[in-house]
Write a protein that binds this ligand. Sequence first.
Ligand code: HEC
Length: 142
Amino acid sequence: MRHRPECGVLSIAGRWHVAVVLVLVLVLLLMSGSGSAVLAQTAATTMTATTVATASVQGQALASKSGCLSCHGLVHTQVGPGFAQVAARYRDDAGAPEHLAAKIRSGGVGIWGRLIMPRQPQVSEADAALLAKWVLSQPSPP
Ligand code: HEC
């Protein structure tokens, strides 16, 4: 048989795989023995992250359905301020959720410039509260 160096490389790579899988299995076995609390915690963390992500997706869907995104960008100013800018402005304002929820329905002018935000009567009070929370949860602009 002729010696083919690439075969050797392949078989080392193959053994590496086996070793990695073995280590993983060992870790899993150890965890299931003594670390079921760790597993439960990991599951809980994953669930919290999923809930937060779901809230953010719902907020965006609601904003889109309510027509907010035709004037507001998520980050930068379009017609109205970017929602990340709104979040940054009210970050230390404990009354912001109620204030903005009311503002979303009544509209306004003069806080961000000379353009008017029209009233949004199609938005229910409950949806306005959700939208205000979602707007305030936007990460700071880069
Ligand atoms: C026709 C364009 C337009 C639409 C539609 C619109 N906005 Fe606005 N929005 C504006 C403008 C312009 C401002 C700035 C008003 C100001 O300077 O006081 C603003 C301001 C805001 C503010 C900041 C208010 C403040 O007091 O700082 C929030 C929060 C907001 N909009 C949320 C929303 C949400 C949520 C929706 C959808 C239900 C929406 N907007 C729909 C144009 C719009």
